[in-house]
Design a protein around this ligand. Structure first.
Ligand code: FAD
Ligand code: PHE
Length: 546
């Protein structure tokens, strides 16, 4: 069995590795499909079975004496911190947000021309994208069921469709030291062609088995007839219930249907064994998952429109940027926070309560008198490595030459996936994402200089898109492990969502915690929104019970 399919993690730490090192190794060996599957299995991705929706009871000023709440200092102006400030502020709490960066949003980050990106080792890039071009460095897609959509509605953030699955994007696999992909090694095939062939052959086989009564499954004869009817339709089978190829798979590139006698030449069916050896069918499940199924959405103009709208709603005067938290102290009557103020001088703020939304891998290193239990819990969070590069092109060759308008090409190369922009269709220029990868692959790119990252991504992407892919105008890359104040894309809990995780759902003295890491939507803004709302309710219940 190929390594690719073999790497199904058990719920425990598989192969005797920590979750972190397992995910890291998986990123190297299995490519992003395996990584996604593993993340799902490790509980880094929500599934409907374990994600209990929280019924939000917004705090109301009427619950508070004279409509004024106690003072709350919120650490971090990411989605969780801003949401907490927004909801508490609406109810009359006296909120102050301290944010180390010079902008709102945290991991919700959109880069545009003129922005400077500095990594923890000093690597510095200046974004050279043209006006109107942007790249979502972190979050980029929102499923319809996420609460993120509701906040966009409330805040007036316009949305547009994000194309997460496109029949005309490609799958591309090339041989590795352990896997031979056969005839399709190093050949791109369109999603529609892969699906038509897989669905066709699977349907044909099942139809045959039904015909021979080979399935001992208690199907009644009418169930069998209905199933056959479905298989003929789903698989595009012919009168003999065979899959012989059809136009679902697409047409020869130079023989599309047209006027008059131009019927077009459908692609031949791919030989069955060659198709199975290519393993491209293993990619299909991704777009069926709870969080990745179309339709998906993005804010018009960049994901940071959400953060900016939230920050505006909180009120500029309530957020201090450039305020790096240096120390956190539970005091007898509240909290004291030391942070860098103007001119880097240390300042302190006292408040009745604190909500800490700083990622656990950062928070654990900030001096505090938080309990040992909390310190142990914070240390259980393992940051996940992930990276992206944006490549700006003068010409949208993927649209003009290959007729791909948005969507994602999946590969088993270390670049992971290539994303075509879901905005600005048919305009001259465009920024595509030339790699989005995880674990060891992300680390490998992160270790390179920005120019080397570009060169490596381009040399691989050119295998799919040819010479136009080499004509990059400018690029910008992000290594999330080396991004200050994040130091990871998101986290995985070393011991799952057990007692350590649960400890952080409770306050420590007057300090509460929130963030996507404290949700069943880790790696999603929805997790930050939901977690913040839960914490706001908990805090308000305490205040009003006092
Ligand atoms: P953060 O955004 O990390 O906020 C924490 C804040 O604390 C930051 O602003 C930080 O600057 C600040 N801080 C840190 N240290 C200090 C300090 N010492 N003093 C003061 N402030 C400090 N989500 C989606 O919905 N869709 C997606 O498609 C998606 N894709 C993603 C892709 C990538 C590559 C990444 C990295 C994330 C993605 N996410 C996606 C996840 C999403 O970005 C997060 O879940 C969400 O933004 C987390 O918000 P948060 O407020 O919990 O944390
Ligand atoms: N939410 C992120 C994204 O959609 C990270 C993620 C990737 C989460 C794949 C689950 C599966 O890119």
């Amino acid at each position: 069995m190929p390594m690719h399919q073999n790497l199904q993690p058990s719920p425990d730490t598989p192969l005797g590795l920590t979750r972190r090192s397992f995910l890291t190794k998986l990123g190297v060996i299995g490519g992003s499909t395996a990584m996604f599957g593993a993340m799902d299995a490790l509980g880094l991705v929500a599934s409907p079975a374990n994600a209990a929706p929280v019924d939000f009871r917004p705090p109301r000023s009427g619950d508070l004496p004279r409509g004024r709440g106690p003072s709350i200092v919120i650490l971090g102006a990411g989605i969780a911190g801003l949401t907490a400030a927004y909801e508490l502020g609406k109810a009359g709490y006296d909120v102050t947000v301290l944010e180390a960066r010079d902008r709102p949003g945290g991991r919700n980050w959109t880069a545009r021309g003129g922005d400077t990106v500095v990594e923890t080792d000093g690597t510095t890039q200046r974004c050279g994208f043209d006006r109107g071009q942007y790249m979502n460095m972190g979050p980029a897609r929102i499923p319809q069921h996420h609460i993120t959509i509701d906040y966009c509605r409330e805040l007036g953030v316009p949305l547009e469709v994000f194309t997460n699955a496109n029949a005309d994007a490609y799958y591309y696999q090339e041989n590795t030291s352990s896997i031979d992909y056969g005839q399709l090694n190093g050949r791109k095939i369109r999603h529609r062609q892969a699906k038509a062939n897989y669905f066709g052959y699977v349907s044909e086989l099942l139809a045959k088995a039904l015909d021979q009564n080979a399935l001992d499954d208690g199907l009644s004869s009418s169930d069998t007839e209905r199933l056959l009817e479905f298989l003929r339709s789903f698989g595009g089978l012919n009168q003999q219930n065979l899959y012989a190829g059809n136009d679902r798979g697409g047409y020869e590139e130079d023989a599309f249907p047209g006027a008059g006698t131009q019927a077009g030449t459908p692609l031949d069916a791919i030989e069955r064994s060659a198709l199975l050896q290519s393993r491209v069918g293993n990619y299909f499940a991704f777009e069926l998952t709870w969080n990745q199924a179309m339709l998906m959405f993005q804010p018009v103009g960049g994901m940071d429109r959400i953060a900016v709208a939230l920050a505006d709603a909180v009120g500029r005067g309530r957020i201090t940027y450039g305020a790096e938290v240096l120390e956190l102290t539970n005091t007898s009557g509240g909290v004291r926070v030391a942070y860098t103020g103007n001119g880097r001088a240390t300042r302190t703020i006292d408040a009745d309560y604190c909500i800490a939304t700083i990622p656990p891998q950062i928070l654990k290193g900030i001096p505090s008198n938080l309990s040992d239990e909390v310190a142990t819990a914070l240390a259980d969070a393992n940051p996940v490595s992930t990276g992206k590069i944006g490549l700006q092109y003068r010409r949208r060759f993927w649209e003009e030459d290959e007729r791909i308008l948005g969507g994602i090409t999946n590969t088993n190369m270390d670049l992971g996936t290539i994303w075509y922009p879901s905005y600005g269709y048919l305009t001259p220029k465009g920024v595509l994402v030339g790699y989005y990868n995880f674990g060891g692959n992300a680390n490998a790119y992160g270790a390179l200089s920005p120019a080397e990252r570009q060169a490596r991504a381009v040399s691989q992407g050119a295998k799919i898109h040819g010479s136009p892919y080499t004509e990059v105008e400018s690029s910008l890359s992000v290594d999330w492990l080396k991004t200050p104040y994040s130091e990871g894309g998101w986290v995985g809990w070393g011991s799952g969502r057990g007692p350590l995780y649960e400890r952080l759902l409770e306050p420590d003295g007057n300090v509460y915690f929130a963030g996507d890491h404290l949700s069943y939507y880790i790696a999603w803004q929805a997790g930050a929104f939901e977690s913040a709302r839960q914490t706001v309710m908990d805090l308000h219940d305490r205040v009003t019970a006092a």
